[in-house]
Ligand binder design. Structure first.
Ligand SMILES: [Cu+2]
Length: 477
């Protein structure tokens, strides 16, 4: 019965989005840092419905404002029918990316080699950092542009929540210097650009990626995206002594922030804000210049499905300016900070659990497995992930054994550590996808599907010695 209810809830979470509808115009909100005489278009997509404790991954229908011009400020949040902002500890906007295919839908991100990714020009996540640009710069917006917005939302309560995606776009109709957005992700050009931090070994974990910029220009703004556990995101220039151009710093909520009181806590909260850098002069770079993005994470404990993405906005070179190697740091750079009180810069320690949904429909934290232990004495154990369940919820293996998960369903799932000795997570998998993990550290691994975390869990216990009886019940009948 609980299983059946879970499936109903999950189907509800997948209900398609309705069309976008325009709502009034306003003066720019202070967060856009725009000329007060400009106009902000407050637009909505939805309504969406999200089921109890569900994760909703969908594509929101979004469109540019009906006036031509340039975007000089933009943000997005979840609101209810009355327009009231829904707090993140209730229904969380976890990821959002606005893409622009241009009027013919063919515009692509120039740093993605296979050219399958549309131009990404605004992204926000749990950080909810608005897009702002220095005065005189803007991202060109044509009412005929074809926009799209993949979103990922997490509902932290029982019951069904209705919400709208509200996005506020400030347009400057006057001529401005156009910017080109580049999305420099540590994991490039993927719809799920994540990896996991093991949480063993050195105190800090680093992961980097270099990109070659196709044309000369000036970086006039830089934002970023990090997950929980992050120390910082660094944009550097390898050809100039690996100097740092921009550091985006995460800001975590205070300890009494309701984000940390979510129960069951099935996902490590991301930073509540991330710094933003902008400069009218900018950092000039040459055609073919390499830029490097590095994400630094705490490595004293595991952090799963983390990301590191630098969002840079590039203006054309200054007319008549000589091309210089390693241009001086701009004198007019500003860094925008947390924007809330009592921000913490060090990632707080959080302890995730598994969950069990009761007959009353409420999810409660648990750290134990359902069902009797299945002990596997051999080198390998196979787990099938089918019908929103792991086939072995309580698996015992010996140190050095490999567990292989098979994902035969058409629905996407994954296997992600909630708590345990070593961090890991599989990609989202379906249609026969497979994932294997060799367990070399003994201990208890609390595992879940991150897309259905309240409903799908498993405990793998890794013993120092292999269980004696192959595939035996602990109490033979
Ligand atoms: Cu799943």
């Amino acid at each position: 019965m609980v299983r059946f209810l879970a499936v109903v809830a999950l189907l509800l979470a997948l209900a398609p989005a309705a069309r976008a509808a325009s709502v009034p115009v306003t003066p720019p909100p202070p967060e856009h840092r725009a000329d007060p005489s400009l106009t902000t278009y407050v637009q909505r997509s939805g309504p969406f419905k999200i089921g109890p404790y569900a994760t909703l991954k969908t594509s929101a229908k979004v469109q540019p404002p009906e006036v031509p011009g340039a975007i000089v400020g933009m943000d997005a949040r979840l609101v209810d029918q009355a327009g009231t902002v829904i707090p993140q500890h209730v229904t969380m906007l976890h990821h959002l990316v606005f893409t622009n295919g241009g009027p013919d839908g063919g515009r692509r991100d120039p740093v993605c080699p296979r050219k399958t990714t549309r131009e990404r020009f605004f992204g926000t996540s749990e950080e909810l950092r608005p897009l702002t640009l220095p005065p005189g710069y803007g991202y060109p917006s044509n009412p005929a542009d074809r926009w799209n917005a993949p979103i990922m939302v997490m509902h932290h309560r029982g019951g069904v929540q209705e919400f709208f995606l509200e996005y506020r776009v400030t347009i400057d109709p006057r001529p401005v210097t156009p910017v080109t957005p580049y999305w420099l992700s540590v994991i490039p050009c993927s719809p799920d650009p994540q990896w996991s931090v093991r949480g063993r070994g050195s105190k800090e974990h680093w992961r980097s990626r270099e990109y070659v910029l196709p044309a000369a220009g000036r970086i006039v703004a830089a934002g970023g995206h990090l997950h929980g556990g992050a120390h910082e995101l660094i944009l550097s220039q390898p050809a100039c002594g690996h100097r740092t151009l921009v550091t985006n710093r995460p800001f975590y909520g205070p300890a009494d922030d309701k984000l940390y009181a979510v129960k069951p806590l099935l996902h490590e909260p991301d930073p509540k804000a991330i710094s933003w850098w902008q400069s009218p002069t900018g950092y000039a770079f040459r055609e073919g210049e390499r830029l490097k993005v590095t994400a630094a994470y705490d490595n004293t404990r595991p952090h799963m499905r983390v990301m590191g993405i630098s969002h840079i906005y590039v203006a054309p070179p200054l007319a008549g300016a000589p091309e210089v190697r390693c241009s001086a740091a701009p004198p007019d750079a500003t860094e925008l900070g947390a924007g809330f009180e009592r921000a913490r810069t060090a990632p707080p320690k959080v302890r995730l659990t598994l969950a069990r949904v009761g007959k009353d429909g409420r999810a409660r934290p648990t750290t134990t497995a359902d069902g009797r232990a299945r002990e596997v004495a051999g080198d390998a154990a196979t787990v099938t992930v089918r019908d929103f369940a792991f086939s072995s919820t309580n698996l015992v293996v010996g140190r050095g054994a490999t567990v292989r998960w098979r994902f035969p369903d058409g629905e996407q799932h994954d296997v992600t550590l909630a708590d345990g000795p070593v961090g890991f997570a599989s990609p989202w998998l379906r249609d026969g996808g497979r994932y294997g993990k060799r367990f070399t550290e003994p201990g208890r691994y609390l595992l879940m599907c991150s897309l259905h975390s309240a409903y799908m869990s498993q405990v793998v216990t890794v013993r120092r010695q292999r269980p004696r009886r192959p595939d035996a019940d602990p109490r033979p009948r």
